[in-house]
Write a protein that binds this ligand. Structure first.
Ligand SMILES: [Zn+2]
Length: 404
């Protein structure tokens, strides 16, 4: 095995390169925020993709665009995948690093015109300024810095930009899964939390539809011939809500209950929509089994329950590897004067999908931002140079495999 001989640049040596790019970062950010790119605005998302593709090509990336087709009846923009081979082959210890950001926002067409990019002191505002245009741009800027610093001690860097993260990535999910497979590490470019924390874990979410079938009967003449689906549903609500607190890392929520049509009919059908969240795959499995068990024993004779899983977003678990990644980030942060902490969150993102195929992910590697999905959304521009330098240093550190 050939050990890499070149000296890896220190994080603080990358910082001046990031500082020198702040003006360009801000003008690029203004340009990106000016493009309406809501998840349901494929034309706008594709403009962001065009721009991102041009930047990646200029940095020596081979760029592939995948039109993901229709997802849940809606057309979305393209998925963008950039790949750049480094000079340290995988067999010599080089690592494949995936950087992931999303191009869509939660905002409708017209928002960029009514609420344009603005700078107030150190805070930038505008639709998507933090979520995730600031993160996307931080990734591109970090790659630019690595190119200038001549850092190529990695097997491959893969840059993934998705068009539909804000609606749960229905269209891009299979592309993300196949792009992520084979990566040694993934760094997700959602912005850092308001307090500067990185994200080491995200809960998984699964949605279930429980359909209860009973038997209708005249409620006055022969109610004994009926089987009340609403009553079975009511018992299920109590049983499923009682799962909360049973396991430390699992929550269960019966969010929708619907049953029956008229007061003079024994209720023949009911449905429940149930969500489970858990920090671990084991927790998801336990909760699912408990739902199926409750459904198998309906409270009212003559009723039956069918359980259907509508949606599954796997948890992004914190693992030994992600803790090691976090330790590297923390020590690089120290070199930059940053005190970095790791946090877990219940919100899901593309990082969950990447973690779901077994790739360790650290998230929150964009600049510091907050109030996402609201008109107050902000990005702390003063955090940009340090966070970009941190990201570049982390890619360099993970890429050559020498810390493992
Ligand atoms: Zn986001």
């Amino acid at each position: 095995m050939t050990a890499p001989t070149r000296q890896r640049p220190r994080a603080q040596d990358l910082l001046p390169l990031a500082r020198a790019r702040l003006d360009r970062f801000l003008s690029d950010l203004a340009g990106l925020v000016a493009i309406d790119s809501g998840s349901y605005s494929p034309a706008g998302v594709n403009l962001v993709a065009d721009w991102t593709a041009a930047r990646l090509s200029a940095l020596g990336f081979a760029v592939e665009r995948v039109a993901p087709g229709k997802a849940s009846g809606e057309r979305t923009g393209d998925v963008l995948i950039g790949r750049r081979t480094g000079r340290l082959a995988a067999r010599d210890g080089g690592r494949r690093i995936l950087l992931a950001a999303h191009m869509d926002t939660v905002f409708a067409d017209g928002t960029a015109a009514t609420r344009p990019f603005s700078l107030q002191g150190r805070l930038a505002h505008g639709p998507g300024v933090s979520d995730d245009k600031g993160g996307l741009l931080a990734g591109l800027t970090a790659l630019d810095i690595l190119a200038e610093a001549d850092v190529e001690e990695y097997a491959e860097i893969v840059f993934l930009a998705t068009p539909d993260e804000e609606i749960g990535s229905p269209a891009s999910r299979p592309v993300t899964e196949r792009t992520a497979r084979g990566a040694h590490f993934a760094l997700a470019l959602e912005c850092a939390r308001e307090n500067g924390d990185l994200v080491i874990a995200r809960k998984g979410v699964a949605d279930f539809l429980l359909t209860v079938t009973g038997r209708a009967a005249h409620s006055g003449i022969e109610p004994e011939r009926g089987a009340n689906a609403a009553l079975t549903a009511a018992h299920l609500v109590v049983a499923l809500q009682a799962l909360n607190g049973l396991w430390e890392d699992v929550t269960v929520n019966v969010g929708v209950v619907r049953a029956g049509t008229r007061t003079n009919i024994v209720c023949p059908e009911a449905e429940l929509r149930v969500e489970i969240r858990s920090a671990t795959t084991a927790g998801m499995t336990r909760a699912r089994a408990a739902i199926e068990e409750a459904a198998a024993r309906p409270a009212v004779a003559g009723t039956s329950v069918v359980v259907e899983q509508l949606d599954l977003c796997p948890p992004m678990e914190d693992t030994e590897v992600t803790h090691r990644m976090m330790a590297r980030a923390r020590s690089l942060g120290e070199e930059l004067g940053l005190v970095l902490k790791a946090t877990a969150t219940g919100g899901v993102g593309d990082a969950n999908i990447i973690a779901g195929v077994g790739v360790p992910v650290l998230d929150g590697l964009g600049p510091v931002g907050g109030s996402d999905h609201t008109p107050e959304e902000w990005l702390d521009t003063a955090s940009v140079p340090e966070r970009v330098a941190l990201l570049a240093a982390l890619v360099a550190t993970l890429g050559d495999g020498r810390h493992e």
